[in-house]
Design a protein around this ligand. Structure first.
Ligand SMILES: Nc1ncnc2c1ncn2[C@@H]1O[C@H](COP(=O)(O)OP(=O)(O)O)[C@@H](O)[C@H]1O
Ligand SMILES: [Mg+2]
Length: 260
């Protein structure tokens, strides 16, 4: 039986002045899956993530999330619909504590207004507790709860990457877009992160689109993989199909060896 598609791109195109970053791209993602998006540097992967999450507007084409058109919506509306994303270049608040970094995200889920806050109403106090509980829960899932009180900027790079994911999870997203979550990690850290991402999907049921160039992470996590090259779709399939696709090997896996 066909699985339900949570996200579908139709003819998505993004042109910058002289570059077509995404060129008439169409693909769909199964609800509940971990789907990979791979390709060499500059293939257009981050642009796709930007377009889905609303931090850029496509030149043309459609993005459907559970049947709702996202291509004209502002980023905050898209986030409230249940789409969260991490950034390839981390966007954490270095001077704040690890816990506060996640609390800021969690507050979006447990809103209170300024009057309630000023008066210290029961609603405000309850929401504050819920925010802290949510924040601690996601820090535990990402195994960085022991650093809750530390300054975020003092964490190791790998832990900062985990914090970035924790902030997304605090929004309780239905679709999580991870842009190179294992970048800069050593093989042990990447393998550990892959295990934790698998566990998160199992426990939360969140659908994940994983942009990653660490092939061991991609191959071990993804049920289905799309390969981009120069803005277009070069290939797609299950990990075994991708591994043995000659075009993919030439364009991507060959290049990977060169970079290694
Ligand atoms: N804001 C921008 N302005 C102009 N060109 C851009 C911009 N963002 C990305 N590009 C170009 O679009 C192409 C795709 O970039 P990107 O989506 O970052 O690729 P990837 O994430 O696969 O490495 C590249 O050629 C890049 O230089
Ligand atoms: Mg990128």
């Amino acid at each position: 039986m066909e699985r339900e598609k949570i996200l579908a791109l139709h003819g998505l195109t993004m042109k910058y002045k002289s570059v077509v970053a995404v060129d008439n791209l169409s693909f769909a993602i199964d609800k509940g899956s971990i789907t990979g998006l791979i390709g060499t540097n500059g293939a257009g992967k981050s642009t796709v993530v930007n377009l889905i999450s609303g931090s850029g507007k496509p030149t043309s084409g459609e993005i459907l999330f559970k049947g709702t058109h996202l291509e004209k919506l502002p980023a905050d509306r898209i986030a409230r619909l249940g789409v969260a994303r991490t950034f390839q270049n981390l966007r954490i608040f270095g001077k704040l504590s690890v816990l506060d970094n996640v609390r800021i995200a969690a507050q979006a889920r447990h809103p209170y207004n300024f009057v309630q806050m000023s008066l210290g109403t029961r609603h405000y106090r309850e929401q504050e507790c819920a925010v802290t509980e949510t924040a601690r829960d996601v820090l535990r899932r990402l195994k960085i709860d022991q650093y809750a009180e530390a300054q975020a900027g003092s964490l190791s790079y790998g832990h900062q990457r985990r914090l970035e994911i924790a902030r997304c999870l605090a929004l309780n997203p239905e679709l999580l877009l991870l842009d190179e979550p294992a970048a800069g990690m050593n093989p042990n850290e990447s393998a550990e992160l892959a295990r934790d991402i698998r566990q998160i999907r199992k426990e939360t049921g969140t659908t994940i689109l994983l942009v990653e160039h660490d092939m061991s992470v991609v191959m071990s996590l993804c049920e289905y993989i799309y390969v981009m090259d120069f803005g277009i779709l070069l290939g797609e399939g299950e990990p075994d199909t991708i591994r043995s696709n000659p075009e993919v090997i030439r364009a991507y896996l060959g290049a990977e060896r060169k970079y290694a």
